[in-house]
Design a protein around this ligand. Sequence first.
Ligand SMILES: O=C(O)C(=O)CO
Length: 351
Amino acid sequence: MTISFRFLLSSRGLPRWGIPGTSALSNRSLILNTMSNKQFKVVITEKEPPYNKIKEIAEVYQNPNGGSLARDILLEQSKDADAILCLLRDKIDKELLDNAPKLKVVSTLSVGYEHIDLDECRKRGIRVGNTPDVLTATTAELGATLTLTAARRIVEAADTARNGGWNIWTPYWLCGRGINGATVGIYGLGRIGEGVAKRLKGFEPKRIIYTNRKPKENSEYEFVQLDELLKQSDFLIVTVNAATIEQQFFNLEKFKKMKPTAVFVNISRGCVVNQDDLYTALKEGIIGAAGLDVTVPEPLPTDNPLFSLKNCVILPHIGSATMETRDAMVNLSEDNLINGLTGKPIIGPLE
Ligand SMILES: O=C(O)C(=O)CO
């Protein structure tokens, strides 16, 4: 007999309803049995953290080794899974969904969900959870930091000092660009874009402009068309949701419209940039500098030509990497998964 877990527990986790035709005692043992049988199966694609709350209600297959969970193991383990807790690097596509007929919930430890086929999930009634909001401030902080780091040549300057290149102070040595009095442009003014703009505002730019599909109501920033954004921005920061934009949208044609001194920053996803074109633009002085927290692929191989450029700062996708934020993301992804399985509200792009 299959009895749904949620029918047996009150909101405080106490038994609520009896099973018709059974005594209180046998009800209790049936409940305990059902609970200890852990009727859900969950796949967790990362080794850490332990996700103990999930383990209280489900049999869990958790990646034992760290690193990416091999695709064949993910497919095999998903066959009888009720839920998957995944990362950005796991493709939750049609092949996987076809192979997982019991799947009810996909919870991703990320705000981004371009690795999940939402249409296929929607068709199957699979609930999808993600982790917005809890990482906004931290990611915006990194966006602002990376902008200044690339603009003020911080990595190049620190390397120079460390490697014996610090001779005498001269007027134009290691000069970069400042935000004060400049035009900051944001491509994709969502939560994170707003967060970056708010932080950079403190550095007193002349204007903060942005491009979205349409102007945002009551925004304190100036909406402009894309061409205007490209032409006017001294700093162009890409914070767009990658699921909403074509691949390699930022290409040579776009870089050529930018100022030769412009600083291009990407904290969205690597796939929104044509990296070969970015290399050309940086190498040939078509734009001034770049800061990338995201690349294709990740990790970016160390022999990638972008690493050879002094005017390109590359970070290993650390936008949300503070302990507090990662704890919050872990907790939210765990709650999303449990709530999704037990019929409660979750936070996600299809909700
Ligand atoms: O959450 C995301 O989408 C990330 O890129 C990592 O925080």
